[in-house]
Design a binder for this molecule. Structure first.
Ligand code: ATR
Length: 482
């Protein structure tokens, strides 16, 4: 026995190939007239379309109404539609399905779509209070697995929602019986539903596309194989039951901007940037946080529309880790080794902690001097004595904390400061992680407190995660995993 779907549409003006679908089913079991299952659903959607056509004849996207045949025998009509029209399905913004009974809509579930809260709430905000006050929502909810036609769309990944109605004795009285007749219609409730459907359809047709795709991020650098950022971000995401893709991508020297622009086009939502591209990342961003402007370094890029938004979370990462390690930074004396990107990248946050002294020592003195000049004003405003040292000596290495921000750890046997200057009373922090550097070995040999950069790495990742997802992960769990 062939069955049929009855489809109509109001063509979108701006994006005719994108759709919002109003949905109900036309068939019923033999017995009564099939009024509440589902004459009332199709009646609501037809009336919604009539009003939409009359008052909003030029929607941005196409509004389609689908009256599916053979719902009762296994969602055959809607399933066939999903199979037969993959292009429409791919470009469907939302489906609103009305099935059970004649009652007013009282419940909408987010069907497991993580971002459904934002969109449905926005759409419902346009529905008059008298109608929306009856509607409870459930986010993110569970995906419908059958029962009525929205499930055919949910199975194909389309954000499809069922407008669950008040029962009015539907389940135990009219449903699939010969009592399902015209006299059971509660017209006031149906009018409510028409108004709700009009607004949902209209808002859906006008609003942004619902995001049902898993967001994609990556860390980029050269070399990059060693990076632990993918594990860290995955473990943060697991904590919130969130799905995301986080990749590790090597960018060949000289191709940074080209690659990053391509990744934005490919749909990445954000990037972490590591050696040697933090300055290139700073240059490519058109919106910069205050900190990245001063440090001229970006380790977190967010793509938003046409914008490349840059931030630097390394400094907060270092400071948070030091605080977690119970290091008091206020009024303490710090020696910072190095005057490259890594050292500059943490200056803003170190100064903001108001240490008494912040001395800089670098293999190339001129670079340390330049760095001092660059940070002088901020240091002065925070009462921090900032000095670039030309030489180190036994009499001037008595600091509370020495931080190694040089890349000397990557050079076999290289030391950023002679081993005789290490003393047991000082704490030594190396931003390098993953192996023991000569700097760490020398400080351990003196019996001094020694830390590597793993904590900083995790904390800076947590800050990036917060920038992208507005969620603060628990970093102690991540330590255990790594
Ligand atoms: P990063 O982004 O890792 O900071 P960078 O901007 O190239 O990379 O800076 C590297 C820093 O490590 C510099 O301060 C560098 O000293 P110079 O300014 O004299 O080049 C320092 N560095 C690199 N190798 C070193 C080594 N073997 N001994 C001491 N300092 C070293």
């Amino acid at each position: 026995m062939p069955t049929f779907n009855t489809i109509a549409e109001i063509k979108g003006v701006e994006k005719p190939d994108e759709y919002v679908i109003l949905s109900a089913h036309f068939d019923s079991w033999d017995g009564g007239q099939g009024t509440t299952d589902n004459g009332t659903g199709t009646l609501v959607m037809m009336e919604a379309m009539r009003v939409l056509k009359k008052f909003y004849p030029k929607p941005k996207r196409t509004i389609m109404v689908g009256h599916w045949g053979s719902e009762e025998q296994g969602l055959n009509g809607s399933r066939a539609f999903v199979e037969d029209f993959p292009t429409i399905v791919e470009n469907t913004q939302a489906v609103f399905n009305q099935d059970n009974g004649t009652g007013r809509v009282v419940n909408i579930s987010g069907q497991g779509f993580l971002n459904s809260y934002d969109y449905l709430s926005d759409w419902l905000s346009a529905v008059p209070k008298d109608v929306s006050k009856h509607i409870e929502t459930d986010f993110p909810g569970n995906p419908g697995s059958g029962g009525t036609d929205h499930a055919s769309f949910v199975a194909a990944g389309v954000p499809a929602f069922n407008l669950s109605a008040l029962d009015w004795a539907y389940w135990n009285y009219t449903w699939h019986t010969n009592l399902d007749t015209y006299d059971k219609i509660v017209f006031d409730d149906l009018k409510n539903n028409v108004i709700g459907s009009i607004h949902a359809g209209w808002k859906g047709a006008m609003a942004g596309i619902i995001e049902n795709t898993i967001k994609k991020y990556a860390v980029v650098g050269h070399p990059i194989e060693h990076s632990k950022s993918p594990q860290i971000h995955q473990s943060f995401a697991d904590e919130f039951g969130m799905q995301l893709i986080y990749e590790r991508i090597d960018i060949a020297l000289g191709t940074f901007s080209k690659q990053v622009i391509a990744m934005k086009k490919e749909g990445y939502f954000g990037l972490n940037v590591t050696i040697p591209y933090k300055r290139d990342a700073f240059k490519i961003c058109n919106q910069l946080s205050e900190k990245s402007k001063l440090t001229e370094s970006v380790n977190t890029i967010s793509f938003n529309g046409e914008d490349f938004i840059g931030d630097s979370t390394d400094g907060v990462g270092l400071v948070k880790d030091l605080i977690a390690k119970k290091v008091t930074l206020r009024d303490c004396s710090i020696l910072l080794l190095g005057a490259g990107g890594a050292a500059n990248g943490v200056m803003y946050d170190l100064i903001a902690q108001k240490p008494k002294k912040l001395h800089i020592f670098n293999r190339t003195y001129d670079k340390a001097k330049l760095m001092q000049k660059k940070w002088e004003i901020l240091a002065k405003n925070n009462n921090v004595n900032i000095t670039a040292l030309e030489f180190l000596g036994l009499d001037n290495t008595n600091y509370d904390l020495v931080i190694n921000a040089t890349s000397s750890g990557l050079v076999e046997g290289a030391m950023p400061m002679a081993s005789e200057y290490f003393i047991p009373e000082t704490m030594y922090y190396d931003m390098t992680y993953g192996f023991e550097t000569p700097f760490m070995k020398a400080s351990k040999a003196k019996g001094a407190k020694t830390f590597d950069g793993m904590g900083m790495l995790i904390e800076q990742a947590a800050e990036s995660f917060f920038i992208w997802h507005k969620l603060k992960p628990n970093t102690t769990n991540t330590f255990k995993i790594l």
